[in-house]
Every structure is written in structure tokens, then in C-alpha cells.
Design a protein around this ligand. Structure first.
Ligand code: GLA
Length: 413
């Protein structure tokens, strides 16, 4: 079903296509969502289980074969980049300087990776896209990459590999072509998202389980508070440093004879205590990172039980505790993100709040009782511009619904 929001964006796409002379008559439209992670934030590259939902901020992309060997794409979000055009199989090298500042690195990366991985594209497509996912925290880049991969495979008549392989391919585009050291959280939470469900991922067997929120839960909202700041790529942020620190501690611990392969392997209290006392003196900052992962992983299972029981208050309380760990032990938050958290934390009915995603900048999130959502938004509207006048015209509050991750509309153009 095409909602009025979808229709509005499809109409915008039509107008953009006319403006840049791309023919999208009869094109399909693929819509890809954003995601909201309930745990363990920064757990994906540390080997923990993951839980999250798809949220209703999207990228819509109209696409159809153009009968050539070229890709021609236009994004309404990056009008200055104009129509991105390139010959399939002839893209700049990974991480080229010429690509650093244009969104063209995503479609070029998709062509590059699919070819490298034995799924070469030879049919070009015309595509026009537009999105309303804020940058930093809601996985805009993963949404775009998944959308491009699935659409390019469709145009080329290549049966999409199973969704977990698509997740892997999308991560390769970011890791190997773009140079972003992201994990798989974002891709998993978007690719598998289902309306009304939480997605539980277990790395041990790479399985997905859908977990509905337990009956009788208080009506609540997911709020995303975009600080208006711009987060540079993960390769240029604290994210990269934290990843390296986690790996460093694992390497040190292994050298000292502890049998672990990632921080998530430290589940047992006595193992945790031994590693802590061994490294606290020389590497207290690394121990602090472990502290966060250890405690967040313990809370994760409590959070899952609470979700299943419909106890959204506990889910919120754990979300808040995770936020404090991310701020103080993992040290991955940022001043504007914490301003947002501090503001909504004062509002009764806000169950929990924390930074979201990669860190430093971007968006914070909150779980809020439905009746308090408007008050929480008003609190932000009053306090945030006072605290952060530089972002008074740039911040935004999004109240989100839990939705399907990937949706295809046909016969709409
Ligand atoms: C970013 C990365 C993900 C994940 C989160 C933190 O969104 O892309 O892989 O590590 O940060 O949970």
C-alpha cells in the first residue's frame, strides 16, 4: 500500500526526474528504512548479539534499466553533485580522493564490490532518489547501500543472494570501497526489519529471530533528536579509535594467555575481574572500554526479557544505563548529543535516552511514553537552541514508528 507520505515523496521524485531529464516512467520504487538499535550499541564489532528495529525515516529510489552500460543517478539530497554518471566496471579506485566528497562513492562502490564478488553488473540504470534520514545515528549510508545493491541486481536480472549475503556485500562497499570501518549492525537492522517487530541477531550462527513486543506494554514512542551537527565518516571519528582500542585489549589479553577472541567473550565475572586487574594499571582506558561492553552485554539479556514481557519501562531504564556507559566508559558520545540527553532526561515519561550510532555527532535517541512525547519535544525546542545556539536552525526531533526495512512499490510511476 502506498501511504500519503510515500505518495508525496514519489511525486517529489517525479519532479526531480523532470528537472534533470531522467526518464523514470514505469520505474519501480524501492524504499529502504533507517534503524534504531536497542542494544548492544558498539557491540557488533565486539561480537555481541544485537537487537533493533526499522524506523520510518527512509530513502526512496525510483529506478529502471536504461538500455546502456552506464549508471545515471540523481539524488535530491545532493543536488550539487548533479547527475552521477559512470560506465559499469570503470569506477575510480577504492577510497579515491576524487570521490571523498560526493555521494557517487556509494553507487561506484556497489559496482566495484559486486564485480569483485562475482556478481558483475552489465545493465545500466537510471535512478532518482530522495531521503529524509538524518545523518549520523540512523544509518543513512547503510540504507542507501542496501537500496542500491538490491535495485542494481534487480535491473541486471541477478537473483539477490540471501539477505545475509546482501548484508555482507553492503558492509564490503563501506569497508573496502568507501573506507568506513563500520560493523554489520546497520545493514542487519535495515535489511531484516519488520513492522511491529524487533530483530534479534545472534553472531554465533548468524541467525535472525523476530521478537514482538510483549502484550500490554505501555504505548511508547521512539524519538530521534538530530543535533544538527555533521558527523564526518566513521574513518575520521572516534569510532575508529574505539575499534582499535577494543582490538588492542583483546590482543593483549590473548598474549597474556586469556582465551578470548573478542570482548563479547568476556561474559564471566571472574574472567572479567582477572583481565581487569591484569591491565588496569597500564591500560585503564582499555579496561573502561571492556567495562562498557561487559555491562551492556549483561543488560542486553535483561532488556530482551523485558521487551518480551512488554515491560517497556525496563527497556528504557537499560537504554539509559547503556547511554551512561557509552558516555563515561566507552567515551563515544559528544557534547551536543549529551545536551539532547540531558534535556529529555528531565521530562517525566521519558524512559531512557542515549547517543545513537557511530558517535561524536549526529543524533541521540529516547524511549518515551506516548503521552509524554509532545512534552519531550517541547523541552528540546525550548532548551536546545538556548544551549546550542549554533545549531538552533539545524536540529530536529523525529518521532518514529517501527516499520518494514525494505519495500518495493511497482506501478506507481
Ligand atoms: C555505526 C556503525 C555500526 C555500529 C554502530 C554502533 O552505526 O556503522 O556498525 O558499530 O555505529 O553501534
Amino acid at each position: 500500500m502506498v501511504s500519503s507520505q510515500d505518495q508525496k515523496l514519489i511525486d517529489e521524485i517525479k519532479a526531480l526526474a523532470a528537472k534533470v531529464n531522467l526518464d523514470i516512467a514505469g520505474a519501480k520504487v524501492r524504499r529502504s528504512s533507517s534503524r534504531f538499535c536497542l542494544g548492544v550499541e558498539h557491540g557488533d564489532y565486539n561480537g555481541t548479539e544485537l537487537f533493533g528495529v526499522g524506523t520510518d525515516r527512509f530513502i526512496w529510489m525510483a529506478y529502471k534499466p536504461n538500455g546502456t552500460h552506464k549508471m545515471r543517478l540523481y539524488s535530491g539530497n545532493f543536488p550539487d553533485d548533479g547527475v552521477v554518471e559512470f560506465e559499469l566496471g570503470r569506477v575510480p579506485d577504492p577510497q579515491s580522493a576524487e570521490m571523498a566528497d560526493t555521494w557517487a562513492r556509494f553507487p561506484c562502490g556497489v559496482d566495484f564490490i559486486l564485480r569483485r564478488e562475482g556478481l558483475p553488473l552489465d545493465k545500466g540504470m537510471d535512478a532518482v532518489l530522495i531521503g529524509n534520514i538524518p545523518g549520523g545515528g540512523m544509518s543513512r549510508s547503510a540504507s542507501l547501500t542496501l537500496n542500491l545493491i538490491l535495485s542494481a541486481l534487480d535491473v541486471n536480472g541477478i537473483a539477490a543472494p540471501d539477505m545475509m549475503q546482501v548484508v555482507d556485500l553492503a558492509q564490503m562497499v563501506e569497508n573496502d570501497y568507501i573506507g568506513s570501518p563500520c560493523g554489520k549492525l546497520d545493514q542487519i537492522m535495515i535489511a531484516f526489519a519488520k513492522a511491529g517487530m524487533g530483530t534479534h541477531y545472534k553472531p554465533a550462527d548468524r541467525s535472525i529471530e523476530y521478537v514482538p513486543l510483549g502484550a500490554g506494554a505501555d504505548d511508547f514512542r521512539i524519538m530521534v533528536m538530530d543535533t544538527g551537527t555533521v558527523r564526518p565518516g566513521l574513518e575520521k571519528s572516534t569510532y575508529k579509535i574505539r575499534r582499535a582500542e577494543c582490538e588492542e585489549l583483546v590482543a593483549k589479553a590473548r598474549q597474556a594467555g586469556f582465551k578470548i577472541s573478542c570482548l563479547a567473550d568476556i561474559r564471566d565475572k571472574s574472567l572479567f575481574d582477572q583481565i581487569k586487574s591484569r591491565f588496569e594499571q597500564d591500560a585503564s582506558h582499555l579496561v573502561a572500554r571492556m567495562d562498557y561492553i561487559y555491562n551492556a552485554q549483561k543488560r542486553f539479556y535483561e532488556m530482551m526479557d523485558a521487551w518480551k514481557a512488554g515491560d517497556i519501562e525496563t527497556v528504557g531504564r537499560i537504554f539509559r544505563q547503556d547511554g551512561i556507559g557509552l558516555r563515561d566508559d566507552y567515551v563515544i558520545s559528544g557534547p551536543e548529543l549529551e545536551t539532547m540527553c540531558d534535556i529529555v532526561r528531565t521530562v517525566p515519561g521519558v524512559l531512557g535516552e542515549r547517543m545513537l550510532g557511530g558517535g561524536d555527532k549526529g543524533a541521540a535517541g529516547a524511549l518515551v511514553l506516548a503521552d509524554s512525547a509532545e512534552t519531550a519535544k517541547q523541552a528540546v525546542d525550548t532548551a536546545y537552541p538556548r544551549s546550542r545556539p549554533a545549531f538552533a536552525d539545524k536540529y530536529a526531533v523525529h518521532t518514529c514508528k517501527v516499520v518494514d526495512g525494505i519495500k518495493l512499490f511497482e506501478d506507481v510511476l
